[in-house]
Design a protein around this ligand. Sequence first.
Ligand code: NAP
Length: 287
Amino acid sequence: MKTAVLGASGQLGRDLGPRLPGDVVPLTRADADLADPAKLRATLETLRPDVVINCAAYNFVDRAETEPDLAFAVNAWGVRSLAAICRDLDCTLVHFSTDYVFGLDVARQTPFSEIEAPGPVSVYGLSKLSGEYVVRTLCPKHFVLRTCGLYGVWGSGGKGGNFVETMLRVAGQGKPLRVVADQFCTPSYTVDVATAAASLLPTARHGLYHLTNAGSCSWHEFARTIFELAGVKADLSPTSSREYAAPARRPDYSVLATDKFTSLGLPPTRPWRDALAAYLDERRQKS
Ligand SMILES: NC(=O)c1ccc[n+]([C@@H]2O[C@H](COP(=O)([O-])OP(=O)(O)OC[C@H]3O[C@@H](n4cnc5c(N)ncnc54)[C@H](OP(=O)(O)O)[C@@H]3O)[C@@H](O)[C@H]2O)c1
């Protein structure tokens, strides 16, 4: 089996590649640019993969508010081209999406299942939701995998690090940290999401799935736990989304239920706190 991985140099792509069976072909933006459909088609037609896994995305949540065309060029129209190519090549497309397809339901306090109507509150969320729809519409053999709050040792490519690394770096500089305490989700370790995605593929039970670690917390609680587990003293205080005033609105609550995944008899993902401890171990071993 031959699997092509787009976004192979991103934090999820780098953890996914080694967990896949068979012949894995890592593709970077230079090999296959989602914004260049002709080159994308030429690359994939030459490779003739059985499976394409798309870990590539325009991921700049705040910047997307002022450059929606760029976000849509990659996350919607680029993914549309990819889905059509995979359909034409009769291959399976695994596409990653996000909890940011939710947020409109401001009263929400219970995890979202896959059958619930999404409602994004940002350009990024809307562009990713568009990507989901084109994959589900155009490519019969698809897995659309929504995940959330990713962190992995390879950092988040274009963003230069991930939330855990940012917290540890700023605390290490002795600077005060204000982190939102009114946004709840499930921070997820790329190793666990990659392992779960790799276990789902051979089932051929195509469709939309939620794949995150288990449980939920606010970003402030996550930051507090990072410092607790890393044994780092930090000047951390809670703030609100309103006070923080990021350019893009984020969901107040975007916890994803993973029951559909576990109902297939696949091993459930571990709680987010245990996953964070494993991440901190992995980065200690790598340093
Ligand atoms: N990070 C999160 O917290 C989070 C949360 C929920 C869902 N997700 C989703 O999970 C997936 C993986 O995210 P991640 O955190 O691993 O992202 P990442 O580390 O930022 O990696 C994304 C990769 O996409 C590549 N890329 C960007 N634009 C491209 C284009 N036009 N053509 C081809 N490749 C392009 C980037 O390459 P360059 O380095 O060359 O830019 C980068 O290697 C994405 O679908 C994302 O939307 C992420």
